[in-house]
Write a protein that binds this ligand. Structure first.
Ligand SMILES: [Zn+2]
Ligand SMILES: [Zn+2]
Length: 157
């Protein structure tokens, strides 16, 4: 992500210093612990995030790499960003859940996917980036039909 860290720090809520966030992949083979407050929590609509997530955006919390502990076997994929830095995305080798990304532009930080947090509601997105690339369907209209859980599709005649 091309966001400056000094800028990002201002955007985060002033949280306590003893926060801990845990997360894991779908199959449980990869797990992690993040200590302290995130530097920034961002939703990104860039092409790489859309293709890697298979949907309209990724959402990630950036932490200092020294505040991070990851267990389990990861598959890494690297590509060159528009600005020339190399971005590496790490996912579980078994279930392919995206776990974190890192960027040679800011090698002292790692960005963890919000959806893999054990408490997916623990953090708030504070910035949206590459908004110009957001697909129109990534923000649903108010009249979209909503179910609290998986509906029984077969019940419909
Ligand atoms: Zn897994
Ligand atoms: Zn992105």
């Amino acid at each position: 992500m091309g966001i400056g860290v000094a800028f990002a720090v201002r955007l985060c809520k002033a949280n306590g210093m003893s926060e801990t966030y845990t997360g894991k992949c779908l199959c449980g083979a990869v797990s992690y612990v993040l200590t302290g407050a995130p530097v920034v929590v961002a939703q990104c609509h860039c092409e790489a995030c859309r293709r890697l997530s298979g949907t309209g955006h990724s959402a990630g919390a950036m932490f200092p790499a020294r505040a991070v502990s990851v267990k389990g076997q990861l598959a890494e994929f690297s590509y060159t960003s528009d600005t020339g830095s190399v971005v590496t995305r790490a996912s579980c080798v078994r279930c392919h859940s995206p776990i974190f990304g890192k960027n040679t532009h800011g090698p002292e930080h790692m960005t963890f996917t919000l959806g893999t947090l054990d408490d997916a509601r623990a953090l708030e997105v504070s910035v949206v980036i590459f908004d110009r690339e957001k697909p129109h369907w990534d923000a649903l209209p108010d009249n979209t039909e909503v179910f609290e859980t998986q509906p029984d599709w077969t019940a419909e005649p």
